[in-house]
Design a protein around this ligand. Structure first.
Ligand code: PMP
Length: 351
């Protein structure tokens, strides 16, 4: 097949490689994609059993109205300040498609979520990557100086697990002439969030997902919160029916049951503390985390070897073969039982 079928940017870019996704039924301890180890809220599973053909016969509401209304109640923002996406990945994509093009800058600190790079490359945008400073210090001045048409900040960040303080994000928002995307995919596990900034700055969009705190990664539901004037541009590039009727209804139930979500998050946070302590005892360096994962450095600097050895023993963790991360592993916090198996297996491999 001719390579010339494809646009220049597509011919020259590497494919995005999502983490390995063995399907349910595979006997594996899966700690590589930061999924929640607990099931979705009981109400979600009940509703799923009662879905009838009529839901599927009709087109869904184009803007995901039922979910927007539920999220609006929970977040205390009007429903028209919310845009719903097929996972938060889609909302990130909408921002890139609406705001960037060749000659316009997309800026973000690295290391961070690799999809920012992929989406920007597809769009042919000019990409400016600014390394975090020593000890994951936020490079605020450099980001302001770069002044992107779009600036992405994941807070908490992946893979570091650290947040950017809201006061730093606020200063950034006030200085940038472009859009500031605050990606809060992991915010449910964090101590602070930046949602209020959307009320103060009309160039800020805060992006959230039901994949992590709400145990619904398979449903593909995420959303952005921003001033309706900013959302207007994103609605123009959105597919007409980007959210299916089932995801919209199940998502509304999930986000309404905050007590259930909070109970799962509390369990994950307690397990995170225990897992960090156990890994430190094995000699690993463990970074602070405000997420449902830990970024760890093995004592012998043999991250890739450990990743492979764990995989052979049916435990999946994340290894990033890139400079700066190739001596580290990102490990999702599982149930206490899964974490114990992981720690015991590492102990055996390392002994
Ligand atoms: N942002 C960050 C920082 C992530 O790590 C992820 C998921 N891996 C996402 C966004 C996307 O999540 P989803 O599309 O499942 O909502």
């Amino acid at each position: 097949m001719s390579n010339n079928y494809f646009r220049h940017h597509i011919r020259t870019m590497a494919s995005y490689a999502p983490s390995e996704q063995p399907q349910p039924g595979t006997e594996i301890i899966k700690l590589n994609s930061n999924e929640n180890p607990y099931p979705p809220a009981p109400g979600v599973l009940d509703l799923l059993k009662n879905i009838n053909g009529e839901w599927l016969r009709r087109y869904p509401e184009p803007l995901g109205g039922e979910f927007r209304r539920a999220a609006s109640q929970v977040l205390g923002v009007p429903h028209d300040w919310i845009i719903v996406g097929n996972g938060s990945d889609e909302v990130l994509n909408l921002v890139v498609r609406a705001c960037s093009e060749p000659g316009r800058k997309v800026v973000y600190p690295i290391p961070t979520y690799v999809l920012y790079n992929t989406l920007s490359q597809i769009q042919g945008a000019e990409i400016i990557e600014i390394p975090y400073r020593e000890n994951d210090t936020f490079p605020a001045e450099e980001l302001m100086a770069a002044d992107g048409n779009v600036t992405f900040i994941a807070s908490p960040n992946s893979p570091s697990g650290q947040i950017v303080p809201t006061k730093d994000l606020s200063r950034l928002a006030s200085q940038l002439s472009g859009v500031l995307v605050i990606d809060e995919a992991y915010v449910d596990f964090a101590q602070e969030n930046a949602l209020d900034l959307v009320k103060e700055y009309d160039n800020v969009i805060v992006i959230r997902t039901l994949s992590k705190g709400y145990s619904l990664a398979g449903l593909r539901l995420g959303f952005g919160v921003a001033n309706p004037r900013l959302l207007d541009g994103l609605f123009k590039v959105k597919d007409s029916y980007n959210i299916d009727a089932i995801a919209c209804a199940l998502g509304a139930v999930a986000i309404t049951d905050q007590a259930y979500k909070n109970s799962c998050v509390a369990k994950v946070k307690a397990s995170r503390t225990q897992l960090a302590a156990d890994l430190k005892q094995l000699g690993f360096q463990v970074g602070d985390s405000q997420t449902n994962f830990l970024l760890v450095q093995p004592p012998l600097g043999n991250a890739q070897y450990l990743y492979q050895q764990l995989k052979e023993r049916r435990i999946l963790v994340r290894y990033f073969p890139q400079p700066g991360l190739d001596d580290k592993l990102r490990i999702t916090v599982g149930t206490d039982q899964q974490n114990q198996v992981l720690v015991e297996t590492l102990r055996q491999i390392c002994s």
